[in-house]
Ligand binder design. Sequence first.
Ligand SMILES: Cc1cc2nc3c(=O)[nH]c(=O)nc-3n(C[C@H](O)[C@H](O)[C@H](O)COP(=O)(O)O)c2cc1C
Length: 165
Amino acid sequence: MENNLLKDSNEFISNIKSGKAFLVTKSESNVNAMQIGWGYIGFMWGKPSIIIGVRHSRYTYEQLQNSDEFVISIPKAGEFADELKICGTQSGRAVNKIEKCGFEMIDGQKVNVPYIKGCQYHYECKVDYKQSIDPELLNRDILDKSYKKNDYHVMIYGEILSSHE
Ligand SMILES: Cc1cc2nc3c(=O)[nH]c(=O)nc-3n(C[C@H](O)[C@H](O)[C@H](O)COP(=O)(O)O)c2cc1C
């Protein structure tokens, strides 16, 4: 049963590598979706888990300060290209991306965050830990390349509670 939670992990990795994944969050009644290109899937504290990196400046991070749940929706190859672009370039602070993308959202099975209808696979996660990148501990080359504006990623560790089509 536990192993099924990591089902389609190869697909997860190849989609993440090419930035073809949505991170869905919800705070109060506001639902938001952001494109992500960083992430791990594996085991943490003995539990099937996903780790994502969300910069402090994102509206998504603001939502995750008020909520301990998120969903990752993985589209089929070649699908949702326009929606990925919207979710990766516009902020939920300025625009309701769910409406703009015309997403039909379906209630999560284990979390109070919905998933995107039509994507091929969904991971429903509960946050176990959040850890901001510490510049003191970071490789100097990465610091210079990725954090010129000090907008560090917060690594969000989520236990996978459900994964499904
Ligand atoms: C291919 C791609 C991958 C991205 N991956 C991430 C990521 O892993 N973490 C992150 O913080 N931002 C990432 N972004 C940037 C956010 O998707 C973008 O800033 C988005 O507008 C933030 O939305 P929000 O303010 O509604 O949270 C990525 C953007 C693109 C185009």
